[in-house]
Structures are given as C-alpha cells and as structure tokens.
Write a protein that binds this ligand. Sequence first.
Ligand code: PLP
Length: 377
Amino acid sequence: MPEQQKILVTRSSMPSFEEYCEEIRDLWDTRWLTNSGAKHERLKAEIAQYLNVPHADLFVNGHNALECVIEALELGKDGRTEVITTPFTFISTTNAIVRKGLTPVFCDVKENDYTLDPAKIEALITPKTCAIVPVHVYGNVCDVDAIAAIAKKYNLKVIYDAAHAFGVRVNGEGVASFGDASMFSLHATKVFHSIEGGLVAHDSDELSVRLSQWRNYGITSTETADYVGGNLKMNEFAAAMGLCNLRHLEGEIVKRKVVCERYWDALEQLPGVKVCRPAEGIQSNYAYLPVVFDPQVFGATRDDVCDALAANNIFARKYFYPLTSDFACYGGAFDSSLTPVAKRLAGQVLTLPLYADLSLEDVDRICSIVSQVGKAC
Ligand SMILES: *Cc1c(COP(=O)(O)O)cnc(C)c1O
C-alpha cells in the first residue's frame, strides 16, 4: 500500500498567496503595523456587519478577549466571585475565569447537544454568583432564552464563549446577539481565522470604550491610565488575514457542510454511534465533527477508535477530554463526578478530521475504519 498522507483533525483555511500579498502590500507605504490600523478598523467593521452586532472589538486572541471582557465588566468587584460554567470545553474558558480571580462553579451539560443544562443552573446559584459563562460548544447553540431568564432573575452577567460559533445563526438571528457579550476566537484552527485573533461582540458603546482601554495597558488618555491592563491588540498582518478569509467564509462553510453530511449519513448507520446534527432552526458553521461512542452497544471504546485511526495516519482528537475540572493545574479543587453527563461524554467523544478541502474519499475511508473497529472488538 502506498504511504498515505497524514490527515490531521483540522487544516487551516488560507486565501491564495497572491490575495494575501495584495492585502498587505500597502503596509510597506503606511508603515502602520498595529494599534488600530486601517486593516484592523476595516476588519472590525466587516465582522460587526457579518455578525450583525453593533460592536466587534478585536483582540490578539480569543483567550485574552475573554479575560478582557471579564475585567471590563468588573466581575468580582462587588465581592461576588463565583461563575457558573461548563467543564466540557477547551481549557481556555476555565483558565480565563480562574486567572481573573474568580471561582468556576461547574454545571452539567445537556445529553443532546453538550451545552450547559439550564435546568441545573439554579441549584448552583449562591449570593456570591456574579455571572454565567456558557460555551456554544462545537457551534451548538446554548439554550439562550432559558439562560437569559435565569440571569435576569438573579442579576447575573452572561458572557458566551462563542469560540466555536462564528457564523452560526439561530432562526436567522446571529449567535452573537445573546448575553452581555460573546467571545469569538479567530485562531488558525477555527472556521474563520486571522492566524491568531479574537473578538468580543456586544451592543454597548460604554463596554467598547472600556475594552479598548483595557486592551491597551489601561491607558485612558495620553497622560492617564485608569486600569492595570495588558497589551492585547491585534496587528495589521493578522487583520489582513482576517479580511481575506472573511471573503471566502461562506464558501468554506458550504464545503464543510458537504463533508459533515457525508460523515453523518455513514456514521448514523452504526449501532452505538451518535453524531450531532444541527438542531431545528440552527444554521450551522460545521465547525467540528464530534462523535460519541457508547462502548456497550458499539462494541469498542472511543480510545480504540482513536488508536485505529492513528494506525492509519488519521489523527482525530479527544475533544473534550479530560473535563477542564479534572486538570491537575487546579489542584483537585473540583469534583467532576458532580457533572456526570459531561464526565461520561468526555470518555466517549472523539472529534474526527474536518476541513473544507477534506475529500469525500477520505471521509469514506475514515468511516470505514470506524465501522471495522466496532465489528472487530
Ligand atoms: C479556541 C478556543 C478558545 C481560545 O481561543 P484562542 O483564540 O485560541 O485564544 C477559547 N474557548 C474555546 C471553546 C476554544 O475552542
């Protein structure tokens, strides 16, 4: 058999070399390379329009965007320091909360779409709760109405980690219109990216000013600094990549959809295998391909599937395993058995390779390997 090329879980989309060069050409004239340059401003406006939100404040990456919005909303300042969130996410979500001096309180997720289970939130609310940080995990949209109702009842802020959800629409409405703010990651592995980058989408003029100050060392005018901020600015070369990629985003999403449907049609046939099709009314961005294996029914474990694929030079990822609450860096402060659905999912989920240019032949080959693992064990 000929040596087969490695297939990784994702492959960054890129414009043509010529298109990017054309986009950055004038930087050699202007010599304005960062600090809210022309490309930064244009990307900000184009993203705000695309997401249909008043503000899309750009950052060096998604993680720092999340930390910055926590700072700018002054979470914790009134003595309320607990944040209800999900452990079934990328470590960034939990780290942002902890690094800003807040305490994550982990709530379990829903069986069907792996997002925060609103029915389990209220039991976790205490007088110290200040916010909810839910995650639109894999681009699956949280139960935004139920979360909004709880937040209103208990006077809590809601910050969505929408890192996976750029371009997702809910009954025609952009996913960025929920909560007090939504963080999007523009990391190279995301559906839409600026190499490294991130943004906070929201509708508050005041928050926008604060974010821009917090993002730039807390400087509020040439001779004043009101906050102890860091440097979280997006540069012009990153913004140029974002401008190019935004032109091609709709086409990328259409190609991803074809790949996803090929996977779903094949994998759904297998006993003990669950795929995650977009819910009713959701226009997906087809960001990830999570598959959940029930070993009792499937006959093999998630790890068996992952190993069999790796033996064929196909590299799936155990997203999300372990739960963030189980990471050693938190020193055993959390008990993941209190989020049993998330715990079980983390042991059964595998995210399969997905990108716009993944060939349908490769998808068929991956599905066939998965199917053989189930039969063989
Ligand atoms: C990618 C990601 C982040 C962090 O974004 P960066 O741009 O990589 O800093 C945060 N949360 C989730 C769920 C992510 O997938």
